[in-house]
Write a protein that binds this ligand. Structure first.
Ligand code: SF4
Length: 304
């Protein structure tokens, strides 16, 4: 058991590490993405909105320091803490020059109370130079890198226009783990054409890569994305709340107990989210997962 949960949450892990609540501050480093700027593609992944992958991050019109201050003030109404992880969330946060990356990462780290860095990126955007910079940061602070894998199935990867094969993810994991850098893998549940067993195959795969953490996302069909246009023309089945809860419980059972679960459901933007609307009631999903694990008398790692 991990505190009051039957799975190993990030909250539990950070409290253990820092002895108190630690908040993530979501930043927009002003980067773009090779899957959007024409290098690999122009339209990005099929589910990715105009604002990129971090719709709740700070505003790119502000400096890194300005965003940290803004986010800190915003969250201080809800949480009393003075320790933060600066989270470079939006678009591809290792996709720039070495100097630019270094300046932005260190600007975040220099802010009072920032005890760690989280950097979301693509596994094909980790050059030797970037890996060395990450390695240097890893010596100085609590660092983790987030990789958007979403699925291990090449057929689905092609459909969602991920624009890299599974092999690239494997190589990135190897390079990062060689440098003792924590890695968090993102998976999406509910991608069109994937059976529940195929989704769980992706979970098993990630469980075996022994990455430090994992994020389970529910597929959101958001207005303004290509996925939304596709769904209007080719409606595909989306999970009900109960189906999703049951699948997350199945997934948690397959993970090793020491893998940190960063997320089991997301925050869709109310005005943009088309389906599944039930996901807006996040607390109900979270308590549903707790109840389901309890009903099964189960926990993370039971079937690992
Ligand atoms: S890699 Fe991330 S930022 Fe780039 S298009 Fe895909 S979801 Fe969007």
């Amino acid at each position: 058991m991990w505190g009051d949960k039957r799975y190993h949450t990030l909250n539990y892990e950070l409290r253990k590490e820092f002895g108190q609540k630690v908040m993530k501050l979501s930043l927009d480093g002003g980067f773009t993405c090779p899957n959007r700027d024409g290098t690999l593609g122009n339209r990005g992944c099929i589910f990715c909105g105009e604002e990129g992958s971090g719709e709740f991050s700070g505003s790119r019109t502000l400096s890194i320091e300005g965003q940290i201050e803004e986010q800190r003030k915003l969250l201080s109404k809800k949480w009393k803490t003075d320790k933060y992880i600066a989270y470079f969330q939006n678009f591809t946060n290792t996709y720039s020059t070495y100097e630019d990356l270094k300046e932005k990462y260190y600007a975040a780290l220099s802010h009072k109370g920032v005890v760690g860095l989280a950097i979301a990126t693509r596994p094909d955007c980790l050059s030797e130079e970037v890996l060395e910079l990450l390695s240097e940061l890893n010596e100085k602070t609590y660092l983790w890198i987030e990789l958007g894998l979403q699925t291990i199935h090449e057929r689905t990867a092609k459909f969602i226009r991920r624009a890299y094969p599974l092999k690239v993810y494997d190589e990135a994991i190897e390079e990062l783990q060689k440098r003792n850098i924590r890695v968090v893998t993102h998976l999406i549940f509910g991608l069109p054409g994937e059976s529940k067993e195929e989704i769980l195959d992706s979970v098993r795969y990630v469980a075996n890569t022994k990455t430090w953490g994992v994020k389970f996302h529910l597929l959101y069909i958001q207005k303004g994305t290509d996925l939304y246009e596709y769904y209007l023309k080719n409606p595909f089945p989306v999970f009900s709340r109960d189906e999703y809860i049951s699948l997350v419980a199945d997934g948690l059972e397959l993970l090793p107990g020491d893998m940190v679960v960063h997320r089991v459901t997301g925050d869709g933007k109310k005005d943009l989210l088309f389906e599944p609307r039930w996901s807006l009631d996040k607390l109900r999903v979270l308590s549903g997962i707790d109840k389901e694990l309890k009903r099964r008398n189960s926990y993370q790692g039971l079937k690992y």
